[in-house]
Design a protein around this ligand. Structure first.
Ligand SMILES: Nc1ncnc2c1ncn2[C@@H]1O[C@H](COP(=O)(O)OP(=O)(O)OP(=O)(O)O)[C@@H](O)[C@H]1O
Ligand SMILES: [Mg+2]
Length: 514
């Protein structure tokens, strides 16, 4: 079997947020591969870190976020390390994203056509891209200075939070065990002193980091300013050069045209003039007429009837499903390799949802797109996925092909998700997942799902399970897969459904064979 091409590789991605309650660890070491032409579904309950993972790939995380580590490899480069200008070139162009609520990504007071062409016209200002490329190293250094400052402070804050958390935990445990008053008050005193000490240390680090930042800033600013001047000059000269070439070619063709007598030569001359103009346009930016032509084409591709008429309408004149099609059209104008869809159908009713899913599947095949599809609905996963990543509390707990996950699930959380899908064929009651996800400011030490799982063992509360290999395509992070673990069966409701599905599949095959 030939190796499939990996389009995006996410390796050990860790993203946190500063919040009033402390540092929230939203994504805690996520790794997955996206293969060419495949759809990877990321599924999990609300708050498990699905959107944050994808926003990390797109580079559109909120201001209070911090990428604590990891790599996102695309076309051989780490998107977390490349220059700002390169990142802009990739984001929105090569990697597009569509969101849950189409209204929030459309401007309500701008005509649909303009919104589609605007995306094209912004992304296709080639002279501006050239300028950005030239200044990218200096711009990155300038912006990084601030990041380095906040990283140092965040790291210390993180350490402090951890120390205090563990001291408080020890205190609570001692209190619960009925420790003596002396011991308790000594511990309390220790906590108060440690807090003071840590606050002092943090203040010191803040002071040092801020000072360093302030010292480095003027130099970085000056370097950026100097580079901007160079870039401006270079781009201006480049534009002048291609303009001169164009004018020269047009002039020559016009002279030839004035001398020409036969219609063939005249036509050739006119074409030369057209070509020269087009060549210049292609080197600088796309024209409005060209953008409109491409917008109408892509509107047709996503199934908008009467695109010419629709082009001049406003978002409110479109239904929810049609609006989502427009959002998809906008993402497609840049001809991306990768399309990230974050719950694109949850706001739509069931029939429309099915049509949009069908459209995404069609585009995937026709454009050889690779998709990351986020959903909390396993029914949708079944229709879309080639591979599935099941996320819980900021980690991937199970990862495999659609067949692995639906027919041979291994993690108790995947079982719980499967048990909660409504099944039209049986009268069984749904098993809602008991309890709530953990607080990610203080993530549990072992298997994060243990507190809600009736299959949890003592070790689950102590140690994080590694990703055990089930097969070449299938991995699951549960201690149940350890060779010494007791053998447990998945819940009856899940195994019964798998059996029914397999029987149905068998019947279908037999019918086809007849
Ligand atoms: N800007 C932010 N500041 C603080 N916490 C945040 C921020 N953005 C996300 N989070 C937290 O990060 C965690 C993961 O959020 P994320 O949006 O990725 O969840 P999700 O899996 O997409 O859930 P949903 O299905 O509800 O969309 C949550 O606990 C969330 O509250
Ligand atoms: Mg989300």
């Amino acid at each position: 079997m030939s190796e499939k091409e990996k389009v995006v590789q996410v390796k050990n991605l860790r993203v946190s947020f500063t919040t009033d309650a402390g540092i929230l660890k939203a994504v805690r070491g996520v790794s997955f591969d996206l293969y060419k032409g495949e759809t990877l579904c990321i599924v999990g309950e609300s708050g498990s870190g699905k959107s944050v993972t994808c926003k990390g790939i797109m580079g559109i995380l909120a201001n209070n976020s911090i990428v604590e580590g990891g790599q996102i490899i695309y076309e051989g480069e780490d998107l977390l390390k490349i220059s700002e200008a390169d990142f802009h070139r990739i984001r929105g162009n090569k990697i597009g994203m569509i969101f849950q609520d189409p209204l929030s990504s459309l401007n309500p007071i701008m005509k649909i056509g303009k919104q589609i062409t605007e995306a094209m016209l912004i992304n296709n200002d080639k002279l501006k891209n050239r300028y950005n490329d030239i200044i990218s190293a200096e711009l990155t250094a300038y912006k990084n200075a601030k990041v380095i400052k906040s990283q140092a402070i965040m790291q210390k804050q993180n350490e402090n939070d951890d120390i205090i958390y563990h001291l408080n935990k020890e205190l609570k445990e001692k209190q619960a065990k009925g420790a003596g008053e002396d011991e308790i008050s000594a511990l309390k005193e220790n906590i108060a002193e440690t807090k003071k000490k840590l606050a002092k240390e943090l203040a010191q680090i803040k002071k040092e980091a801020t000072l360093k930042y302030k010292e480095s800033l003027p130099k970085l600013k000056a370097a950026l300013k100097a580079k901007k001047a160079i870039a401006k000059k270079e781009v201006k000269e480049y534009e002048a050069k291609i303009r001169t070439t164009r004018n020269q070619k047009i002039k020559e063709a016009k002279v030839e045209l004035s001398r020409a007598t036969d219609p063939e030569t005249k036509k050739a001359c006119r074409n030369k003039i057209k070509d020269a103009k087009l060549e210049y346009q292609n080197l600088t930016k796309i024209t409005k007429a060209e953008a409109k032509r491409r917008a109408l084409e892509v509107m047709k591709e996503v199934g908008i009837p009467q695109p010419e008429k629709r082009y001049n309408q406003y978002p409110f004149q479109f239904s929810g499903g049609m609006r989502q099609r427009i959002v998809i059209a906008i993402a497609l104008t840049a001809a991306p390799d990768v399309l990230i869809c974050d719950e694109p159908t949850t706001a739509l009713d069931v029939t429309i949802q099915a049509q949009i899913l069908e459209l995404i599947n069609k585009l995937k095949v026709e454009r050889n797109l690779s998709c990351i599809f986020i959903t909390h609905d396993l029914g949708v996963v079944a229709n879309m996925a080639d591979r599935v990543a099941v996320m819980y509390a900021g980690k991937i707990v199970e990862y495999g092909t659609d067949i692995d996950i639906f027919y041979n699930p291994k993690h108790p959380y995947t079982w719980a998700l499967l048990a909660s899908i409504p099944d039209l064929d049986s009268s069984e009651k749904l098993d809602a997942i008991p309890g709530t996800p953990p607080n990610l400011v203080y993530p549990p030490i072992g298997d994060a799902f243990a507190a809600r799982s009736k299959y949890a063992m003592a070790i689950d509360f102590k140690y994080q399970p590694p990703l055990f290999k089930v097969s070449d395509t299938h991995y699951a992070a549960t201690w149940l897969l350890h060779k010494d673990a007791p053998k447990v069966e998945m819940p009856k409701i899940v195994s019964a459904r798998i059996k029914r599905d397999l029987e149905k599949e068998e019947e279908r095959r037999n019918e086809q064979a007849i």
